[in-house]
Design a protein around this ligand. Structure first.
Ligand SMILES: C[S@@+](CC[C@H](N)C(=O)[O-])C[C@H]1O[C@@H](n2cnc3c(N)ncnc32)[C@H](O)[C@@H]1O
Length: 271
């Protein structure tokens, strides 16, 4: 696991990938049916991140903040949450996925956050110390998901993708959890389309009902392996979600591309 230990999400917090991930996650939580639910995030991170004066966030949430014009309603909630946590009296930090998930939960819900690495784990424990709805678990997110198969309604999978095998692990975890009855959200980085395409082909072959939206705001042809965009897969997608996500992407695309080209690729299939 030494490859995972070198990963520190704080250097990426608020970047283009985080913006699409967290905007999509916020819309998804709004679209889920309202009933007591068991939620699990397999790779939770630290929960919130201090943004330095420079960093990848300037081309991500920084551009969203600076954008003029009317925002569609589908962006409002994401932006309100992202902005609220960065106010000085709320700690002045960019929120991680647990803080975008948490407002959607009721008192009867349970959110389990799994994190493997000590430093983000300690921060996560501090953040949710007084929250009876949230359980923070130390360990491997995939193992925890397997152990709770059939016992979770919603899963979010967001690993570091430091090794190629991660693409196979996310595919298998998504297939298994969906077959066990969960709605799964899975985020992936896009530097080239080959690995995302392979992942989506695996899900299609497995007969997992899927909605996938790839938002590309950078140059896919660049030799240097820079992040060109990211994708969100949602299995067992709630009704009406695709349209809301497409509306959000249509606003975010030109904002994040900052005058450059952008594109949205939507794919969907039933079992
Ligand atoms: C991309 S970050 C998560 C960011 C977070 N989901 C968010 O959006 O704010 C991936 C996290 O997974 C953790 N991690 C790496 N391998 C793991 C594993 N096998 N199980 C659980 N967590 C792991 C890393 O320490 C890191 O904090």
């Amino acid at each position: 696991m030494s490859d995972d230990i070198t990963y520190r999400h704080r250097y990426k917090a608020g970047n283009v990938g985080d913006v699409w991930k967290h905007a999509a996650l916020t819309l998804l939580t709004e679209a889920l049916p309202a009933r007591p639910r068991r939620w699990l995030e397999t790779h939770a991170g630290a929960g919130r991140y201090r943004l330095e004066t420079t960093g990848e966030w300037t081309a991500g949430i920084g551009r969203v903040d600076a954008a003029g014009g009317d925002r569609p309603a589908s962006i409002d909630r994401f932006q309100a949450l992202a902005s609220a946590w960065r106010q000085p009296d709320a700690g002045g930090r960019y929120p991680g996925s647990p803080l975008f998930l948490r407002p959607a939960l009721g008192d009867a819900d349970r959110l389990t956050l799994v994190e493997l690495v000590e430093e983000p784990l300690a921060e996560l424990r501090t953040l949710f110390a007084d929250d009876a709805v949230v359980e923070v678990v130390a360990g491997d997110g995939y193992a925890e998901l397997t152990a709770r198969a059939g016992d979770v309604d919603f899963v979010f999978i967001d690993p570091p993708y430091l090794v190629r095998e991660e693409w196979e692990r996310v595919a298998q975890a998504t297939i298994d959890a969906t077959r066990a009855g969960a709605c799964v959200a899975l985020w992936y980085p896009i530097k080239a389309l080959s690995r995302p395409n392979g992942l989506l082909a695996r899900l299609r072959e497995a007969g997992v009902p899927t909605l996938a939206l790839d938002l590309i705001t950078g140059d896919l042809a660049k030799k240097k392996k820079a992040l060109a965009g990211s994708g969100m897969v949602i299995t067992r997608p709630p009704a009406g979600l695709a349209g809301r996500l497409a509306e959000a992407a249509a606003w975010l695309g030109p904002v994040l591309a900052a005058g450059g080209e952008w594109s949205l690729r939507v794919q969907a299939w039933d079992a």
